[in-house]
Design a protein around this ligand. Structure first.
Ligand code: AMP
Length: 637
């Protein structure tokens, strides 16, 4: 029996059908996109948990996002690029986006990129990044976008895993008015990586000087000029071919390449634009995320464009030139649907609230927030301030589109403070007991799990590692083949879910998912450090921040406060250099020993509790209680 939400009766029936008649339901949704060749089988599930959707069908993401709108919307805006960092704006119509994408596709083809080859995109939020993603999709190359905030070490491990033929990058990004050169980080990453890309295509924004490697580095403007008239037809792909990989952090130091298909993803996004986001062709969608994250893939690039909407690609922060910038853009481009993260709203909350009412927001129908828990005060503040519905949505890089939210396009059910909502169609969500796997009822805390087959749009596997896919996601609940989200949750009597935090060592800093293990590995590489534990600690602004506790090889090294401060700065510098500032811990505390169990396991949960001023829980297995006491003193400062 599937757990369908009560509340809206019509939605409950819609959800039930999506589980009980998967084939009928998804056949209908599949009609929302163009197929070059119809599929022969809706769902192939003979090798659980691997799921193949729309088998035998041929389609293309770029065709659905761009080409198919040319007839009706050719001269309408498609991509609206706004940068408050360099004070520029540029609007590309669907026709112009089509041309730019074909030029980029021709450049890639000229470098020998073929169907199935990987192209790594390490770029700031510039229009060329969108052209690059769409060009890959057009010719069947697999793109792997790496967030521009990641530094050399993170980038190198992704280069080695994806093995790209070509890397596309730029001279620099800009953040809060400061130029951030990308090219030196990229060069260092390529030096560190075992795999060497054949070519590196560089967009020169004129922000930072670049040293070019002869024979390897190509200039985008020069290459584009050569391919101005390019006509590159769409490569029709079988629905289950790979569209992209996107790396995400887990509990090990090695990030996972979340691998996505073509047809299932296109259908899932088209359906979500209709049922969840309620966006219409010709309107404008604004997501303030970054293309380096899954929200950027699904709801800056592919989702809105597939729906025939213009999409705003924004390089900037929510407070520059002032805290009204997001709303100013809503007014200027008549945004109807907006997507942001709770962190951005918490940043705005510290500013003059009158910014929320200075602009004409009459076109805006709803603000969607995702990526991290939406706390009630923030939700209430923004909802009152804007006078618009605020819709929380819960999902993951792995799922590609919301697991829990409200599908107002099916039935406008009420939202509930603190809850992202109810299970979306296609997701058979359950709450399971962590240790026994037993199914739990209302108001009982358990692991949020999804009974497979996962719906279209979700990850197919971990790139290059089917075993890891099954082991990581489907074998964590005893005795059951279910997908674990690794989130704790609880469901109220009406079927609304509440997310209560991660069950693993993944932390969420300002909506960015980070593995504490990766940060620990980076800190350990500092010569002075013997051992380290990193935990996520609650933070008013960012949701969570990373806090590090390091044991030094020679504690005498920090006998005076100045030496301590200097070493802390040095350790942070190592993280900045290897992983990027996004992973930098808020503090690095030095302790004599880490609290551990008698079997040698670091008691991360207890450390976290102490940092947050909570009860550290069951300490019967602790080897030396003094270690936790010392940690408490250090945190108190
Ligand atoms: P990511 O894959 O980076 O999008 O991170 C996914 C994780 O972020 C989830 O497993 C949750 O822990 C958290 N998350 C995302 N959206 C929400 C939300 N609306 N409410 C609570 N937690 C969320």
């Amino acid at each position: 029996m599937s757990q369908t939400p009560s509340g809206g009766k019509a939605y409950a029936a819609f959800h039930r059908r999506s589980i009980e008649d998967r084939e009928g339901f998804w056949t209908e949704q599949a009609a929302l996109i163009d197929w070059h060749k119809p599929f022969e089988q809706v769902l192939q599930y003979d090798n659980p948990p691997f799921t193949r959707w729309f088998v035998g069908g041929q389609t293309n993401l770029c065709h659905n996002a761009v080409d198919r709108h040319l007839a009706a919307l050719g001269d309408q805006p498609a991509l609206i690029w706004v940068s408050t960092e360099v004070d520029q704006e540029k609007v590309y119509t669907f026709r112009q986006l089509h041309e730019e994408t074909m030029r980029m596709a021709a450049i890639l083809q000229a470098q020998g990129v073929q169907r199935g080859d990987r192209v790594l995109i390490y770029m700031p939020m510039i229009a060329e990044a969108a052209f690059a993603m769409l060009a890959c999709a057009r010719i069947g190359a697999i793109h792997s976008v790496v967030f521009g905030g990641f530094a050399s070490h993170s980038l190198a491990s992704r280069i080695d895993d994806a093995q790209p033929k070509v890397i596309i990058s730029a001279d620099a990004g800009a953040r809060v008015g400061k130029t951030i050169p990308y090219k030196p980080l990229l060069d260092e990453a390529i030096r560190l990586a075992a795999h060497k890309p054949g070519k590196v295509l560089l967009v020169d924004r004129g922000l930072a000087a670049m040293e070019r490697v002869p024979g390897r580095d190509l200039d985008y403007a020069a290459e584009r000029a050569r391919h101005l008239q390019a006509q590159v037809p769409v490569t029709w792909l079988e629905s289950n071919e790979i569209s992209y990989t996107l790396y995400t952090s887990g509990t090990t130091g090695k990030p996972k390449g979340v691998q996505r298909d073509v047809g299932g993803y296109a259908v899932a996004l088209a359906a979500s634009m209709k049922h969840i986001f309620c966006g219409n062709p010709g309107e404008t969608y604004f997501s303030s995320s970054d293309i380096g994250w899954v929200v950027g893939h699904s709801y800056i690039i592919y989702g809105p464009l597939i729906a025939g909407m213009a999409t705003i690609m924004y390089e900037g922060t929510p407070v520059r030139p002032d805290a009204g910038i997001l709303w100013q853009l809503v007014e200027r481009y008549k945004v109807t649907v907006m997507f942001s993260a709770p962190t951005a709203i918490r940043v705005l909350k510290k500013q003059d609230p009158s910014y929320l009412t200075r602009y004409d927001l009459s076109t805006l129908r709803a603000l969607f927030l995702a990526g991290e828990p939406l706390d009630e005060p923030t939700s209430e503040w923004i909802s009152k301030g804007l006078g618009k519905p605020i819709i929380d949505n819960y999902w993951q890089t792995e799922t590609g589109w919301p697991i829990l939210t409200i599908a107002a396009g099916v039935e406008p059910m009420a939202t509930r403070l603190g809850s992202p909502g109810v299970p979306m169609y296609g997701y058979d969500v359950r709450l399971l007991h962590e240790a026994t796997g037993e199914e739990l009822g209302s108001n009982e805390k358990g692991v949020v799990a999804i009974v497979p087959p996962l719906p279209p749009g979700c990850m197919q596997t971990v790139w290059g590692d089917d075993t890891r896919f099954v082991k990581t996601y489907f074998e964590s609940v005893p005795g059951k083949l279910v997908y674990s989200t690794f989130d704790w949750g609880v469901r109220d009597q009406d079927g609304y879910y509440f997310i209560l935090g991660r069950t693993d060592d993944v932390i969420n800093v300002a909506g960015h998912r980070l593995g504490t293990r990766e940060i620990e590995e980076s800190i350990s590489s500092h010569a002075a450090v013997a051992e380290v534990a990193v935990v996520g600690v609650a933070d008013q602004l960012k949701g969570q921040v990373a806090m590090a506790f390091a044991v030094l090889k020679d504690p005498a090294q920090i006998s005076d406060p100045q030496a301590r401060l200097k070493l802390e700065g040095e350790v942070m510098g190592v993280v900045d250099k290897q992983l990027g500032a996004v992973a930098r811990p808020a503090r690095v505390h030095f302790v004599n020993a880490l609290p551990k169990t008698r079997s040698g396991k670091v008691l991360r949960r207890s450390i976290q509790a102490v940092c947050e001023g909570r009860d550290p829980g069951d300490l019967t297995t602790i080897e030396d209680p003094v270690t936790l006491e010392q940690l408490r003193q250090v945190v108190k400062g």
